[in-house]
Design a binder for this molecule. Structure first.
Ligand code: GDP
Length: 364
């Protein structure tokens, strides 16, 4: 029977006969093919500040296809001489800390000052769930309507390192397109902060005042990375609690060894929702920039970051070339099984795979 559900056994359930697909209205109508831009056309569009072209270029950066990566790398290379001039700010905080509300208000403050803002994100959850919780336009209502704001959710494919590298490359494109301020947002839960820290000039930690034991919930490493701690929701009944939390943070910071930058992290209270204390946050960033540019740390850190990303890219490429090598792909499962069966040791297995890889390196 074509539809067993129509059997008496399934009373109450009925499957109707399907309807054939309607033919295309005009079978002669050819789908309009979008002509692909050449890398130079991409670069020209980006340098003119064309947001549509910038978005398409970012999509290429995020793509894992080999051809796309080739084009993306060429675009990035050509954009590099025009990049580097923005203020890069990392923003972290646990979900609910008020990141989107704050970025929206903070961003609008900057746009009113005549700045152009790109909001990017590194979201480790998007890798697992395929859904990004950060950088989504709907979370930043006012900013998303601004022509001087470019909001891009987290790239989703690959390892955290891979995702972070793509965001780092996207910064280059945004800067070449004339964005003079870049926010890189992340959730304050783990390793993603380190990745963000390695691509920004200033690292901002959003905190909430709570039950008095707020210091316990924060990983020491994250606090050590922060150049500024801002305590959100300092409004209404919460003002005193926020001030108390600020004092606790200040005290805790004194226990840390001095930062390499020579800058002592500041602690401020504010309210993203009621737009209180936002100007002071931006002033703090400005002060930091001036301080680190004067003592040379700004350039030192950017150089160190460039070096770090060079090695990250090499490591990524090596790993990818190894695992995508047909000879390796063909033998990996079998070799793994031999290790599991205790037939060979892990080290012998690794050496065999490496030898195989090197022998077949030129045969792509
Ligand atoms: P995110 O998950 O870190 O992006 O946090 P959201 O920006 O989505 O904010 C979480 C919740 O806190 C929302 O319900 C906001 O309305 C609220 N919120 C954010 N900022 C403030 C603030 O300054 N004061 C108060 N009272 N509530 C806020």
């Amino acid at each position: 029977m074509e539809h067993p559900e129509n059997d008496d056994l399934y009373r109450g359930l009925k499957v109707n006969k399907g309807v054939a697909d309607v033919p295309t209205v005009n079978p002669y109508l050819k789908k309009k093919q979008r002509r692909e831009f050449t890398p130079s056309e991409f670069v020209e569009g980006i340098l003119k500040g064309n947001i549509t072209i910038l978005s398409q270029a970012v999509t290429l950066v995020e793509s894992s296809k080999y051809e796309h990566q080739q084009v993306a790398q060429e675009i990035i290379e050509k954009c590099l001489p025009h990049a580097g001039k923005s203020v890069r700010i990392g923003i972290t905080g646990v979900p609910g800390a008020g990141k989107s509300t704050s970025i929206d208000v903070f961003g609008m403050h900057l746009i009113k000052e005549g700045r152009k803002l790109a909001v990017l994100a590194i979201d480790p959850s998007s890798e697992r769930s395929k859904g990004s919780i950060l950088g989504d336009k709907t979370r930043m209502e006012a900013l998303s309507r601004e022509k001087d704001a470019f909001i891009r959710p987290s790239p989703s494919a690959g390892s955290l390192g891979g995702v972070a590298r793509k965001t780092r490359e996207t910064i280059v494109l945004c800067e070449a397109a004339g964005f003079d301020t870049v926010f890189v947002e992340t959730v304050g839960v783990g390793q993603s902060e380190t990745a963000v820290h390695s691509m920004v000039d200033f690292f901002l930690l959003i905190q909430l005042a709570g039950t008095g034991d707020e210091l316990q919930g924060i990983k020491r490493g994250i606090m050590e990375m922060a150049d500024g701690i801002i305590i959100n929701k300092a409004d209404g009944d919460n003002i005193d609690k926020a001030k108390l939390a600020a004092t606790q943070f200040k005290n805790a910071l004194h226990l840390f060894p001095p930062a390499e930058s020579g800058w002592f992290p500041k602690v401020l209270t504010y309210s993203g929702y009621y737009n209180i204390g936002i100007k002071e946050i931006w002033d703090m960033v400005g002060e930091y920039m001036e301080f680190t540019k004067k003592n040379g740390y700004f350039n030192y850190k950017r150089n160190e970051q460039a070096k770090y990303w060079m090695y990250e890219s090499i490591n990524d490429t090596l790993r990818e070339t190894f695992y995508h090598n047909p000879a390796v792909e063909g033998m990996l499962g079998q070799t793994e099984q031999q290790v599991l069966n205790n037939e060979i040791s892990s080290f012998v297995a690794a050496k065999r795979m490496m030898d195989l890889f090197l022998e077949n390196l030129s045969k792509k």
